[in-house]
Design a protein around this ligand. Structure first.
Ligand SMILES: Cc1ncc(COP(=O)(O)O)c(C=O)c1O
Length: 290
């Protein structure tokens, strides 16, 4: 049987770098947050061109913390694409809000921006575009609609690390963006891991508090928070893998082009890369046969 993803192949290609990162973390005695996490947070912030990055336990937690930091809860509505991973909708519901589904463009799989306005009601608080399969959502119209209607934008960039919209990295557009380092992602940990990024210092501070029980000062909870800290081993592994991210994404692009060439004439509707976007195909997902 050929497995869909062989995660050990990537490990073996950079085994020495990973092993040395793991061993030095074991020797360091820092296992939760600490210098390894700070270093990785700085790497991602610089890569995306944002001011604050906060390492968390998962991409799902990243969405929860983003929603909580923006005070989204009971009675609120959040616009999300109708086609996404469960967590985009599940986290909205977990904070007590209602997801409102907007259909997607069937070729790019991204939220159909022409259908967002009609989904807005007085209860709408935010839009969550999802850069699904590593293709960017169409950010300019989304940001314009959000501005006009006083809505927040949370990018779900769990699948899009390295993707670009008009030459700028996804994850750098929204009030907050959420990343996942689930093992099969473009940059994958050896376990669960996630991150939120923002340019807003107040939102960054709130999410830092929320990831550790709502603490501003140790043991003093300002509000009810979570235990959602990125651990040092995952950060060290991710930092070791990080310099390879762009070349791995290029390889994904190259393979997708090869599939497109071979499948394009077969009647199968192949995935598109819109002219305004750079696709980093996390998943190669043809639409099916015409
Ligand atoms: C679009 C999307 N959002 C959110 C998540 C949640 O991330 P995690 O699995 O790290 O909790 C995922 C990952 O599986 C995802 O693909």
């Amino acid at each position: 049987m050929i497995s869909l993803v062989d995660l050990t192949a990537q490990y073996h290609s950079i085994k020495e770098e990973i092993d040395s990162a793991v061993l030095s973390t074991l020797e360091s005695g820092h296992f939760i947050l600490g210098p390894q996490v700070v270093k990785f947070e700085e790497s991602i912030a610089a890569y995306l061109g944002v001011n604050h990055a906060i390492g968390l336990a998962s991409g799902t937690d990243a969405l929860v913390l983003a929603l909580r930091a923006l005070n989204i809860g009971t009675g609120d509505e959040v616009i999300i694409p109708a086609y996404t991973f469960f967590a985009t909708a599940g986290t909205v519901m977990s904070v007590g809000a209602q997801p409102v589904f907007v259909d997607v463009d069937p070729q790019s799989y991204q939220i159909d921006v022409s259908k967002i306005r009609s989904a807005i009601t007085p209860k709408t608080k935010a839009i969550i575009p999802v850069h699904l399969y590593g293709h960017p959502a169409e950010m300019d119209p989304i940001l314009e609609i959000a501005r006009e209607n006083h809505l927040k934008v949370i990018e779900d960039n769990a699948q899009g690390l390295g993707a670009e919209y008009l030459g700028r990295k996804t994850g750098s557009f929204g009030d907050i963006a959420c990343l996942s380092f689930f093992p099969t992602k473009n940059l994958g940990a050896f376990g669960d891991a996630g991150m939120v990024v923002t340019n807003d210092p107040a939102l960054a501070e709130r999410m830092r508090m929320l990831r550790t029980h709502g603490w501003k000062k140790k043991y003093y909870s300002e509000e009810v928070g979570y235990n959602s800290r990125l651990d040092a081993l995952q950060a060290a592994i991710l930092q070791a893998k990080f310099p390879h991210l762009d070349s791995w994404n290029e390889k994904r692009r190259e393979l997708a082009h090869r599939y497109n060439e071979k499948l394009g004439s077969s009647g199968i509707v192949i995935p598109v890369e819109r002219e305004w976007g750079k696709h980093v195909p996390l998943v190669y997902c043809p639409l099916g046969k015409t």
